[in-house]
Structure formats: structure tokens, C-alpha cells
Write a protein that binds this ligand. Structure first.
Ligand SMILES: Nc1nc2c(ncn2[C@@H]2O[C@H](COP(=O)(O)OP(=O)(O)OP(=O)(O)O)[C@@H](O)[C@H]2O)c(=O)[nH]1
Ligand SMILES: [Mg+2]
Length: 325
């Protein structure tokens, strides 16, 4: 019996022949199977297509399992994610070493770092994630870096205060972040990007001669709306204050919870956005808790310890909250 194949089928077959990746082959075979005339004369061909499709699907699944994860996609951990950004040799990896227990390679030649590397920065009783990144220059910008930066909660732009092109480094970085919509005014849930007030500019190597003059140049000629923070990975200048600044800029609060009749759990606070209410906390603890919650009491920001509060009560950093069901 003749197969009477249609032009659409031949087109799909052509796409299959040209396909290079497994995904393309699967898509073309699915198309062939969809458009092949369904009658007795094509039964064997249909069975053959299904067999090939199943083989390529298995191959695709194996590939997905073994293929390495994207190194520019850093899984968020801790109370927030802070990405470093800057020219070569500005001290990004040294900064990660100074603030966390991570041990990135540090060297006095450029382009030492090739892929992002995360470390956890202790701040009081929580950890904030810092992500070291490969450098940028006017000529070279690593593919994938904009995604890493866009995903962060805070960006730390490092400029080398000891270098005479300090101001140019800063202007290039700020422009790049704006152009690529890494930094944007219109951030919203579901829109990736960092709001301008969450960008901090560090003048690194503040211990070296010449750094004070370069910082003065930035203050006089640079963008007026930035707050330049001098730091030194060598002497530790500015680093402790910066931990506090990072925490404050993250805009989160720590909330300790308490079961009625027991001591509060002061070891592992819940991290919530500043402005969160008792109801937000209940939702974070368990999705059924808002429905089951009967009473809430607060120690800390409340007028007196253990005061009963409404579910729209706005929690403050370090409050202890007891929810009873
Ligand atoms: N004096 C001084 N030197 C520093 C400071 N921070 C880093 N360095 C030196 O600067 C050089 C570059 O440091 P890195 O931390 O590797 O710089 P980086 O920005 O990670 O470099 P890339 O990976 O190439 O982007 C090294 O020789 C460091 O020892 C600092 O605060 N003061
Ligand atoms: Mg580095």
C-alpha cells in the first residue's frame, strides 16, 4: 500500500536530517510523527518513528543527568546573595578570602578567576552568601556573567583605588550594569535585576599610596549618587563596617520563633523581608499555619514582653514570636 507522504512530512524529515543536537532531532521526529498520514500503509513507518523517538529521548535524558550544571548559575544560600563585580586585579577574590572561609585563587596577574565562586560570610548569627566573579574589561566580558549579577540581591562593585584608571573602571561597570538591565529601577517580583540602592561601590586597596587621591577624583568627577566605601583586604580597613552595611542593605530581618511554654529557638532565625508581618512569618513556617493560628505574642519590639499582637503586626529584626494554634 503506498504511503502517500505529504510535503509537510518531507519538510520535517529534512529538518531531522539537518538536526545536530538531540533536542533538535527529537523535535523533528515528533513533527514527522504528527504529520505522517495515519493509515495502514504507514503503520510500519509510524512504529519506526516511535522507536527512534524513544531512543533519542533516552539519550537526551542521559545527557541532562551527566551534563555539568551552569557554573554561572549560583544557587542562593543563607540570608541573601551578594555578587562582586569589577576589573581584573581589583581584589575581588582577596575580598572573598577576607570575608569568608572560601579559598579562591589570588594572584597579582589579571584574569585569575574564570568562573564564579561562592562563600558564606558570617554576620552575627547568620550567613550571607558572597559570590566572587571573573573580571570584566572594555574588551572582555565573560558570557553568563550578566545572569549571575542580575540574580543577586546586592552588587558590590570593586574599583582599584590604587590604580589611575579607577574612575574609568567605575564608569564602565555602572554603564554596563545599566545597559544590560542588571541594575534597574523597576524591579518587581518575577523581574530579575538589582535596584540601584542595592549597589555598593568599594574602593579597594585603600592601604596603598595614591588611593586617597584617586578616591578624591571619583568624588569630584564621578557620579554624584554613589557612596564610595574605602576598604583594604590587607589591613582589614572598612571590612567590619561593611558586613553591617551589607546586612542593612539586604533589607531582611531575623525572627526567632517560640513554641508556647518553651524557650525560643535562638539558633536558627527565620529570614524575612523587612516589613513582614506575623502572617508572613506564619506562611513561611507552614502553609497551613495562617489558617490554624489562634494567637501570636511578641518579645522585643512589642510594648511589653509577650504582648499579644494581631496578624498584621510588623515584626522587627531580632523579635521573638510565639504562634499558638
Ligand atoms: N595592597 C593591597 N593589595 C591587594 C588588596 N586586595 C588584593 N590585593 C592584591 O591584588 C592582587 C589581585 O588580587 P585578586 O584578589 O586576585 O584580584 P581579583 O579582582 O580577584 O582578580 P581577577 O580574578 O583577575 O579578577 C593580588 O596580588 C592581591 O594580593 C588590598 O586590599 N591591598
Ligand atoms: Mg579573582
Amino acid at each position: 500500500m503506498p504511503a502517500n507522504l505529504t510535503p509537510q512530512y518531507y519538510e520535517a524529515e529534512e529538518a531531522f536530517k539537518k538536526a545536530v543536537s538531540v533536542e533538535e532531532k527529537i523535535a523533528a521526529l515528533e513533527e514527522m510523527l504528527a504529520v505522517i498520514p495515519k493509515h495502514k500503509g504507514t503503520e510500519k513507518m509510524q512504529a519506526d518513528l516511535k522507536k527512534r523517538l524513544s531512543k533519542f529521548r533516552q539519550e537526551g535524558m542521559k545527557k541532562a543527568k551527566t551534563s555539568r550544571a551552569d557554573p554561572f548559575n549560583i544557587e542562593r544560600q543563607g540570608a541573601g546573595q551578594v555578587a562582586l563585580f569589577g576589573f581584573p586585579n581589583t581584589g575581588k577574590s582577596s575580598f572573598l578570602t577576607a570575608m569568608t572561609r572560601a579559598q579562591p585563587k589570588v594572584a597579582d596577574y589579571p584574569f585569575t578567576t574564570t568562573v564564579p565562586l561562592a562563600g558564606m560570610m558570617p554576620f552575627e548569627d547568620i550567613f550571607i552568601q558572597l559570590v566572587d566573579t571573573p573580571p570584566v574589561t572594555e574588551e572582555i566580558i565573560p558570557v553568563g556573567l550578566s545572569g549571575t549579577l542580575r540574580n543577586a540581591d546586592i552588587l558590590l562593585v570593586l574599583v582599584d583605588a590604587a590604580s589611575d584608571d579607577c574612575l574609568e573602571q567605575l564608569e564602565f561597570c555602572l554603564n554596563y550594569m545599566k545597559e544590560k538591565k542588571i541594575v534597574r529601577e523597576d524591579t518587581a517580583p518575577g523581574v530579575r535585576g538589582v535596584s540601584p540602592e542595592k549597589v555598593l561601590v568599594l574602593a579597594s586597596k585603600a592601604d596603598l599610596p595614591g588611593s586617597a587621591d584617586n578616591m578624591q577624583i571619583i568624588k569630584e568627577l564621578g557620579p554624584g549618587d554613589i557612596d564610595l566605601i574605602p576598604v583594604s583586604n590587607k589591613t582589614g580597613q572598612g571590612l567590619e563596617d561593611l558586613r553591617v552595611k551589607i546586612f542593612q542593605t539586604l533589607g531582611v530581618i531575623r525572627v526567632y520563633t517560640k513554641i508556647p511554654g518553651r524557650d525560643p529557638d535562638m539558633k536558627t532565625p527565620f529570614i524575612l523581608k523587612r516589613g513582614s508581618t506575623v502572617l508572613d512569618l506564619a506562611e513561611t513556617i507552614h502553609r497551613d499555619l495562617p489558617r490554624l493560628m489562634k494567637n501570636a505574642r511578641v518579645w522585643g519590639s512589642a510594648r511589653y514582653d509577650g504582648q499579644s499582637v494581631m496578624r498584621d503586626y510588623v515584626i522587627s529584626d531580632r523579635d521573638i514570636v510565639e504562634i499558638s494554634q
